[in-house]
Design a protein around this ligand. Sequence first.
Ligand SMILES: Cc1ncc(COP(=O)(O)O)c(C=O)c1O
Length: 486
Amino acid sequence: MDVHLTIHGRQNLAGQLYRQLRAGVMDGRLAPGQRLPSTRELALQLGVSRKTTLDVFERLIAEGYLRSRAGDGTFVADAMTRLSPPPTKPATSPATGSIWDEIDDALPMTRTEAPPDYDFVGGVTDKRLFPFDQWRRCVSHALRIQARGRGAYHDPAGEQELRLAVARYLAFSRAVVSHWQEVIITQGAQQALDLLTRVAIRPGEVIAMEDPGYPPARILFAALGARVVPVPVDEEGLIVDALPPNARMVYVTPSHQFPLGMPMSLERRLALLAWAQQHGALVVEDDYDGEYRFEGRPMESLKSLDTAGVVAYVGTFSKTIFPELRVGYVIPPAPLGTALRRARQVSDWHSCTMTQIALAKFMLDGYFAKHLRRMHKEYAARRAALLERLRGDLAQWFTPLPSAAGIHLVAAIRAPHDEAAVIRMAASGSVGLYGTAGMFARAAPRPALLFGYGGIDVAGIQAGLGRLADALSSLRGRAEGPLRQG
Ligand SMILES: Cc1ncc(COP(=O)(O)O)c(C=O)c1O
């Protein structure tokens, strides 16, 4: 291998190894098609655990830097786009010594080059079903409005008509009642989390979050200098009794725990609100995909149960429209509103007004509700197909976890198989599967996969799972021992 790997200390071993291997691929020291040492050899050579090397390989395979061939090994992917090597950092690089040198690498991006034939990646929606003709009309309307008047900066909280449309939509479909002036439009949920952290948390203060939890939130909180304390979840959601008493903020996904999927029970919701009130903490409710609910009755949002004013409700159009729209919103407790507007203004003034006006029209003219109804039906069919197979011919390998909402579900891998081996086998049949181990702060209690169905239709699900079953069966036939030893 033409890349020298070194490990410093015992901190974030996987992160160190991941960054060095990725850099080797990107700058060409690792050539396309080149075979890498086995995860076992590499673990021995570097003095790290086999799990560390497996996790790193799995992530690099999932991101398209490496590919694996069943029984043959792991290779540098052929279709890597070469970027010119980054200029060597001057000794006095302005970033040196800042917190940005220490936090985890960039957030994962959905792979666009050479995706697998059947990709169960999470966090994507199906744009083929989006009504672009209606959207075009809304954008034309927004352009006509934009062409009028002077070029000027607008309200950091967002365009009035979009705030109104969001307030109406939330009252009607999520039982979150607010005045439009309480709604602050953001660049996706991520910016809402960023602004909330900036105004509510000082560096060194504690943010508690679910474990497993949403990695982009964890990375963001750490980057802003917070001490992030993982709090375990069980089948009722966040274990409120395990919250650290000094937490100033608690980040939760009560409608559809990310990634495991269960809703937070009503009892826990009430306990969390009482806890936050008693400890003077802010609760951030990330309702990222609760629109898609397939079973049972909708549970009251934390915001709608919040009589003490401790909840900031965060939502997004990333799952209902598509992520690159970059529109989300937050309804904070009233006293935080002014600080959030200021934080937004000094950060980037406000979101693009054309997108906001177009989206407001899309919502107020009823196109959004129609699109949601259509997608709900479509995703329900995909989810049903996926569950039927996971509980049917794939039940010898997987156990789906209970989940009533959203556009992904998690299935535990049955012993003795492990995440990396199943992902590798799937990749050999051009099926993209993704593990959940990286979403845990502590060691994951059991191997599990996240099956996203936002970007794969029923036919794809059937064909992809067929290939997966074949790959897993052939492996079982060939291997003497369990997959773990493969
Ligand atoms: C838990 C969670 N929150 C929020 C989001 C959406 O974030 P954004 O609105 O920044 O795209 C996602 C998307 O995958 C998510 O999984």
